[in-house]
Design a protein around this ligand. Sequence first.
Ligand code: GLN
Length: 273
Amino acid sequence: MQGIKLLTDEKVDPPRLTAELLLMHALRKERVFLFSHSGDPLPELAWIHYGRYLHERIGGKPVQYIIGKQEFYTRDFKVHPGVLIPRPETEHLIQLILNLPRPIGTIADAGVGSGAICVTLAAELRQPVIGLDKSPIALATTRENATRHNANVQLIQSDWLSALRPNSLDLLVSNPPYIAETDKPTLQREVRDHEPELALFAGADGLEAYRILAQQAKEVLRPGGRIVLEIGAVSARDLFSDWNDIEIQNDLSGRPCLLTAVLPQDPSFARQK
Ligand code: GLN
């Protein structure tokens, strides 16, 4: 395929998979069609689309935004440049929640983006999940993904947890932004130039969202309620020093990726809220 050579020359990695995904999208066909029709000439319209997609990819646009989807925990999620592309690491968060004793009670996901977390949890646990986001585009995208996967997600526009009532949740989950503004120049151009800033950056030290969540979660969780957060660095732990049962889990490469903590039952803790 000429596309593979072009992508290789332009140092787009991985070239073969990228070319296949773009070609499948240009033809509006699945992978099996590519192999069973590998000798056929491309229809002219498909050439035009394919050429444009290759051009966009070489220009730095992530393949997921070109084809409009990303798989997460076996389901296809619609994505576009208004929402973060779901990452495979976030599947660890899903797995941790699915291993908790049930019933879990009332669950909310803060900062839904494409809906990867709340839609997956609602579908896997077969229970309603509250989805919160400040961004109307994220809420609309999550709505579409929830409908597509038959997931019972109740969406609320909210600046973090501010729309929730006190003592109303048993579990709060979030994959908040955790990149320090100062690290912006070090990011891959695909991320820096194409993914939404709201989903990536969290203040000068990258901990701003955790500060807000640690504070607001004390109000909205019931005593004994749990928080599960994706983290980028172990330093987020310090913000939860007055919580119980704090645990950090590493991903397969040994990098810290999840924090869980439990809100104390203790009334004296509640008074400090
Ligand atoms: N919850 C969404 C996800 O995990 C969005 C996260 C974000 O925008 N930081 O993909």
